[in-house]
Design a protein around this ligand. Sequence first.
Ligand SMILES: *[C@@H]1O[C@H](CO)[C@@H](O)[C@H](O)[C@H]1NC(C)=O
Ligand SMILES: *[C@@H]1O[C@H](CO)[C@@H](O)[C@H](O)[C@H]1NC(C)=O
Ligand SMILES: *[C@@H]1O[C@H](CO)[C@@H](O)[C@H](O)[C@H]1NC(C)=O
Length: 226
Amino acid sequence: MFHHILPLLAMIFLASTIQGGLAEDYNIINNATSTAGGARFDRDIGPDYTRQTASCATEFIWRVFQQTNSTDRKNVQKVSIFIDIMDFVAYADNNEIHVGNNYIGNYTGDVKTEITGVLYHEMTHIWQWDGNGQTPGGLIEGIADFVRLKANYVPSHWVQPGQGDKWDQGYDITARFLDYCNSLSNGFVAELNKKMRSGYSAQYFVDLLGKNVDQLWSEYKAKYGH
Ligand SMILES: *[C@@H]1O[C@H](CO)[C@@H](O)[C@H](O)[C@H]1NC(C)=O
Ligand SMILES: *[C@@H]1O[C@H](CO)[C@@H](O)[C@H](O)[C@H]1NC(C)=O
Ligand SMILES: *[C@@H]1O[C@H](CO)[C@@H](O)[C@H](O)[C@H]1NC(C)=O
């Protein structure tokens, strides 16, 4: 009885995930198996865990961005994740994520947790809006690290809250600032991302928080005694 029902349930489930804007299709390619880092990837992380992490990250990102259905989300059907022979940590481009073998090989500490954090950051690049190419790069990177922060994968080398010179310096500095902005109005980052679907303006900070971004940065710095 059950084995007649199960394929039908599987089909319904599949249909509903595809209709949700994403076929859960993650392709993992280790293009560095001949290197120490590539071998460490297979030993300590592996393709199954990477696929599972990419899928969890996607669900998490949609929640952080408050994108409840496919009309809100970017239309991405498939993401390919490569372990490549290169010295960069990682980058995302054109629905592909590339992670560097040398970073994996040289990382001292829990490499699985570190790469999980890297994947949350890179998966955010897959899903976030970029204001049609107009959003400042520092803000794009800051939002990706904000998601990593919210997922609790903050590495030890990050700055503490209140550190940094400019709000759009990027990465951890901007992520900490966005976390402050989000504490002023819960869901701020989700609203900012929604506004960046078609363009970018510094006015978005005023629209959402009633203050311009330079004033917000000063108040953020003052809060932490800088
Ligand atoms: C795999 O690595 C080779 C040599 O490093 C490179 O030429 C090739 O483009 C890579 N393939 C992918 C899919 O990244
Ligand atoms: C999708 O969600 C938005 C709000 O985020 C809502 O306005 C819209 O009606 C929803 N569309 C569908 C098809 O459920
Ligand atoms: C560490 O990185 C260097 C290049 O940056 C590379 O030559 C070396 O093979 C890496 N070591 C490991 C164990 O991956």
